[in-house]
Design a protein around this ligand. Sequence first.
Ligand code: MN
Length: 228
Amino acid sequence: MGDYVFNPAPRPAAPVEGGGFFPVRRIFCVGQNYAAHAREMGGDPSREPPFFFSKPADALVTGGADTPFPSLTQNLHHEIELVVAIDKGGANIPAARAENHVHGYAAGLDLTRRDLQAEARKTGKPWDMSKGFDNSAPLGLIRPAEKTGHPKAGRISLKVNGVVTQEGDLADLIWSVPEIIAALSAYVALAPGDLIFTGTPSGVGPLERGDVLLGKIEGVGEVRTKVV
Ligand code: MN
């Protein structure tokens, strides 16, 4: 590696329940994947094909660390999501075999500069700066699928300062995890280390410095962080 002109950054990694780290390659996210949230965002909750955006791998915040309030927004929003950790790559993965590509699951937060996203939606501009900013992806422990199974139902919720703000059930995903993997792997070849945020239930809302977030997904785990 002597040819690099400076030392490469360490690979982002997410702690796994029971020990070890999941080396993160890319972070993909699904838009509007619960009907009630699609409606609250002014979208159509029908089964239009899923759409995707991404965050940089180094946007992760792990281990319950604090999340710095980002620059250039007056409207930072929380989105609690089921996160899928891919450990076996592939293109055009059939939904029927998609679960073979999953290492495990975690609870994560798709933090969003809602004001910048609203402006981008209005003007047809990209979402990168509204979604893919520094520290925009707090993530809880990854729980291996041998322990979780492949969850098809279960309560997903978020408390801000002890008050429930978001609540839903994994059974209400418009596109299931296998369907998401099939659709995403038609756009890009998935690779070991990819994470997929699968969309958020309704109840998204603004955050301020000092807010304490605790997200829980039944059978999967928790994500916690404080906005500072
Ligand atoms: Mn989201």
